[in-house]
Design a protein around this ligand. Structure first.
Ligand code: HEC
Ligand code: HEC
Length: 191
């Protein structure tokens, strides 16, 4: 723990300007450089407009954001803002806005591109006819694709086509982690 904190403090000291002392709390979720995390859905906050940051922190603190029962992640974030004073919020917003803007977060590559292209044996729009029961998935919103894949995996969505078992139920196995499905969704939404 001590070693971890030392490492964080050393690297923070390298950034332009002194981080407000409360920033140490933010690092555990938003990353040392405010870059966010693809693993837990935490947004990048470095290099964001100070006005937006200040507004959101105030909204989390007052309960205007992150108060809804269904907002699991927002509620976690809201908790973090309860002890913050107005001065803390101003300093955090100004400090974060001065930091270099985030670069696209490193995405862990869990699947080979060939594995993804294998899906195209069925989903290639060029090969499917108007009567096909295989949908076109290229370019669909990532969040939609992700949700469908999770639903196939978890047995929430299944349909049999002409009495035959749904191929997706067999393809998307319970062994596929959320991260793998996220990667598939990102890949197909980007095509
Ligand atoms: C326990 C993990 C956690 C900690 C610690 C944490 N955050 Fe967050 N933060 C989140 C999550 C999760 C979200 C996304 C909430 C949502 O989905 O609406 C978020 C969202 C935000 C947003 C909104 C960004 C946007 O683009 O709308 C800001 C600003 C923010 N955090 C700043 C901070 C600051 C400053 C700290 C330190 C005081 C901090 N956070 C500490 C998890 C955390
Ligand atoms: C053997 C052929 C076949 C292969 C290979 C295949 N799919 Fe499918 N896919 C289908 C069929 C058929 C459906 C429609 C199933 C249904 O009715 O629910 C479907 C549905 C989907 C949907 C839902 C689309 C929507 O509009 O709701 C997604 C997402 C999807 N597949 C992704 C993938 C991914 C990712 C792969 C590779 C891991 C893959 N598929 C491989 C045949 C296939």
């Amino acid at each position: 723990m001590c070693l971890f904190l030392t490492a964080v403090i050393t690297s923070l000291a390298l950034a332009e300007g002194e981080p407000p002392s409360v920033y140490i709390v933010c690092v555990s979720c938003h990353g040392e450089e405010g870059e966010g995390s693809p693993v837990i859905p935490v947004p990048p906050i470095a290099g964001q407009h100070a006005g937006y940051l200040r507004g959101q922190l105030l909204a989390f603190r007052s309960g205007d954001r992150g108060d809804h029962l269904a907002d699991t992640w927002g509620r976690q974030m809201a908790l973090m803002t309860k002890p913050l004073t107005d001065t803390d919020i101003d300093r955090l917003a100004l400090f974060l806005a001065e930091q270099p803007r985030w670069v696209r977060a490193e995405q862990p590559q869990l699947l080979e591109d060939n594995d993804k292209r294998a899906c195209m044996t069925c989903h290639d729009p060029a090969n499917t006819s108007a009567e096909s029961t295989t949908p076109i998935i290229a370019g669909m919103p990532e969040a939609y694709l992700y949700r469908q894949l999770v639903h196939y995996r978890d047995g929430i969505r299944s349909a049999s086509i002409d009495g035959a078992p749904n191929p997706m139920s067999a393809l998307i196995t319970t062994d596929m982690t959320d991260l793998m499905l996220q990667e598939l969704a990102r890949f197909f939404s980007g095509l």
